[in-house]
Design a protein. Structure first.
Length: 346
C-alpha cells in the first residue's frame, strides 16, 4: 500500500470556564467562588481534550490513541457528577444545568459518534466514498459540540454579567483558542486532502489492474485518473491559502500534476501488455507449426513480434522506473508538507 498522509481527527471547540476571574464588587464573592469551583473540575477535561488533539496532530490514528478517548470519557463523567451535585446559585440552576447538559452531549459524541468513527477509520482508505463519509462524520460530530459550546458560552456570560463578574483570559482560555484553531486547520486540511485522495485512490486502482495484467481495467483506470487529476487541479484554483500558508495547496497541485502525467504515460504501460499478449499468441501459433511448414511470412511475423515486444518491454521498464521515482518523491513531499502544515497551525 502506498503511504499517504492520512489524519483521523475529531476536534471539539470546547468552552473552558476560566478560573482567572475578578470581582467587580465584593458582595458577589460567592458567585465568583461558584464559577471557580466549576472551572476547577472542568479544567482537567480541557487538559485531556488538548492532549488528545495534540496526539492526533502528531500523526496518531484514532485507533492508536483510543486510550486517550477512554480517559476523556472518564474525566467527563467525573465532571458531570461533581458539577451535577452542586446546588444552584441563588436558587438559579440554569448555569449549572447548562454545563451538565453540555458535558453529557460531549460524552455522548465521544462515546457513540466517535466509537463509530473509530470503526469507519478501518475502512476509510478503501474508497473515496468511504473516506468522504469518514471525514463528514467527524465534522458532524464536531458541529454538535460546537453548537452546544456556543449556547453554553451565552449562558456563562449571562451568569457573569448577572453577578457583576469580569472574565479574564487565562491558560485554559488559551487552550480553548488552540482547540478552535485545530478545528479550523483540519477543516481546511480535509478539503485539500479529499481532492488529493480521489486521484491517489484511482492511481491505486490502476496499479492493481497493472499488477494483474487486466488491460481493460488499466484503460478505464487510466482515463479516470486523468479525469480526477484534472478535476482536482481545477478545484484547487478556488482554494485560498490558509492564514497566508499556501504549502498544502502547492503540494496537492504538484502531486495531481504528476497523476495527470502518469495517466498520459500509462499508455506506454498498456501497450506493453498488448504487445505481450500479441507476441504470446504469435509465438504459440509459430511453435505449433512443424519446421517444414513454417513459411518466410511466418518467420518474419514472429521476428517482428519479438522486436515489438522487446521495444515495448524497454519502454515499459524505463517509464515504470521514472514513474516510481517521481511518485515516491511526490508522496514524500505531500506527506511531509501535510505533517508540517498541521503542526505549524495547531
Amino acid at each position: 500500500m502506498i503511504k499517504t498522509a492520512f489524519k483521523s481527527i475529531l476536534l471539539f471547540s470546547i468552552l473552558v470556564l476560566s478560573s482567572n476571574i475578578t470581582n467587580a464588587q465584593k458582595k458577589f464573592e460567592s458567585a465568583t467562588e461558584y464559577m471557580d469551583y466549576i472551572g476547577e473540575h472542568y479544567k482537567q477535561l480541557t487538559d485531556d481534550q488538548w492532549s488528545y488533539t495534540s496526539a492526533v496532530a502528531n500523526d496518531k490514528s484514532a485507533k492508536k490513541i483510543e486510550n486517550k478517548r477512554v480517559e476523556l470519557l472518564r474525566t467527563n463523567k467525573e465532571a458531570q457528577n461533581k458539577i451535577g451535585n452542586m446546588s444552584g446559585f441563588g436558587g438559579n440552576t440554569e448555569y449549572r444545568d447548562s454545563i451538565v447538559s453540555f458535558l453529557r452531549l460531549n460524552y455522548n459524541v465521544l462515546n457513540d459518534d466517535y466509537d463509530k468513527i473509530v470503526d469507519m477509520e478501518e475502512i476509510a482508505e478503501q474508497s473515496y466514498d468511504f473516506m468522504e463519509a469518514y471525514l463528514m462524520a467527524q465534522e458532524q460530530a464536531s458541529a454538535k459540540i460546537n453548537a452546544a459550546s456556543d449556547m453554553l458560552s451565552i449562558v456563562q456570560k449571562k451568569f457573569a454579567e448577572d453577578n457583576n463578574i469580569t472574565m479574564i483570559d487565562g491558560e485554559d482560555s488559551k487552550k480553548t483558542k488552540k482547540l478552535a484553531q485545530a478545528s479550523k486547520t483540519y477543516k481546511y486540511y480535509n478539503v485539500v486532502y479529499l481532492i488529493f485522495f480521489k486521484a491517489y485512490k484511482q492511481e491505486a486502482f490502476f496499479m492493481e489492474a497493472m499488477n494483474t495484467g487486466d488491460v481493460n481495467s488499466m484503460e478505464q483506470s487510466k482515463n479516470a485518473l486523468i479525469e480526477y487529476a484534472e478535476e482536482g487541479l481545477d478545484k484547487l484554483k478556488s482554494i485560498k491559502p490558509f492564514e497566508g500558508d499556501n504549502s498544502l495547496k502547492i503540494a496537492a497541485d504538484e502531486i495531481l500534476k504528476f497523476y495527470k502525467q502518469e495517466g498520459n504515460d500509462a499508455q506506454v504501460l498498456i501497450d506493453f501488455y498488448l504487445n505481450k499478449e500479441k507476441f504470446e499468441a504469435i509465438r504459440t501459433a509459430f511453435e505449433a507449426k512443424k519446421k517444414g511448414k513454417k513459411t518466410n511470412e511466418d518467420i518474419d511475423q514472429y521476428n517482428k513480434a519479438i522486436n515489438d515486444y522487446n521495444e515495448s518491454s524497454n519502454a515499459y521498464n524505463a517509464t515504470n522506473e521514472r514513474l516510481n521515482k517521481t511518485r515516491s518523491k511526490q508522496l514524500d513531499n505531500w506527506n511531509n508538507t501535510a505533517t508540517k502544515f498541521t503542526k505549524k497551525h495547531i
